[in-house]
Each structure stands twice: as structure tokens, then as C-alpha cells.
Write a protein that binds this ligand. Structure first.
Ligand code: DGP
Length: 113
């Protein structure tokens, strides 16, 4: 299995897992860029957001709800947080398994920077 996130999902690579259900896993980013930096990842492998179809709308919504719940549990829902989905090389994607970044704990610059 070459995908690092698939290996984490399968328990073949270590990660600090904060949440798991039948469709989703969330674990801390190995290279955090904010005091809170969690990755919310579908169990099913999608290379990127480009691979998501209309049939996956419920899953896409679930990922957002999981992110919102994690923000509450991590105590950043009120202070604020940012969700990021890097897509493709110019979008900054480096791991080609769809994931949301949950970033919080510091003031974020303008999203276009
Ligand atoms: P992106 O650039 O959007 O594809 O983000 C990929 C993120 O994945 C990046 O912030 C670093 C993180 N990452 C890469 N490999 C691992 C790993 O093995 N474990 C964990 N926890 N995070 C990883």
C-alpha cells in the first residue's frame, strides 16, 4: 500500500488519532503549522477533491460535521479556525488522499496569501 494515509487507516503507520468512525479518521498533522493542526480524512481513498462525485455528497458533508465537532472538542470553535483542502500540485497538495486541514490556535493571514 503506497498511500501513507491508507497505511495510517490500516494501522500500518503510526499517527495520533483523535477521532475515527466507519467513514472518517482524524489525526494530528506530522508537520503542524498552527497550534491545532488536524487532518480529517475519508476512510475511502480519493486522490483529491477532484475525485469526489455527486454520490459522495453525504460523505463530504460528514467530513465537515466531523471537523466542526473536533473544533468544539479541541476548544477552538469560538475563537475560530480554518478548514483547508489543498487540491493538486499548484493547490499545495502533497499527499494524494483527500483530506481537510483543521487549523487553529493562531490568527490566520488572508486566505489568498
Ligand atoms: P497537503 O499538502 O494538503 O497534501 O497536506 C498533507 C499533510 O500531511 C502535510 O501537512 C503533512 C501531513 N503528513 C504527511 N505525511 C504524514 C504522516 O505520515 N503522518 C501525519 N500525521 N501527517 C502527515
Amino acid at each position: 500500500m503506497s498511500c501513507i494515509f491508507c497505511r495510517i487507516i490500516a494501522g500500518q503507520a503510526p499517527a495520533e488519532v483523535l477521532y475515527r468512525d466507519d467513514r472518517t479518521i482524524a489525526f494530528r498533522d506530522i508537520h503542524p503549522v498552527a497550534p491545532v493542526h488536524v487532518l480529517i480524512v475519508p476512510i475511502q481513498h480519493f486522490d483529491s477533491l477532484n475525485s469526489l462525485s455527486e454520490e459522495d455528497e453525504a460523505l463530504a458533508g460528514h467530513l465537515l460535521v466531523v471537523a466542526r465537532r473536533l473544533a468544539e472538542e479541541l476548544g477552538v470553535a469560538r475563537s475560530g479556525y480554518r478548514l483547508v483542502i489543498n487540491t493538486g500540485s499548484e493547490g499545495g497538495q502533497t499527499v494524494f488522499h483527500l483530506h481537510l486541514h483543521l487549523l487553529a490556535g493562531r490568527r490566520m493571514p488572508f486566505a489568498g496569501d
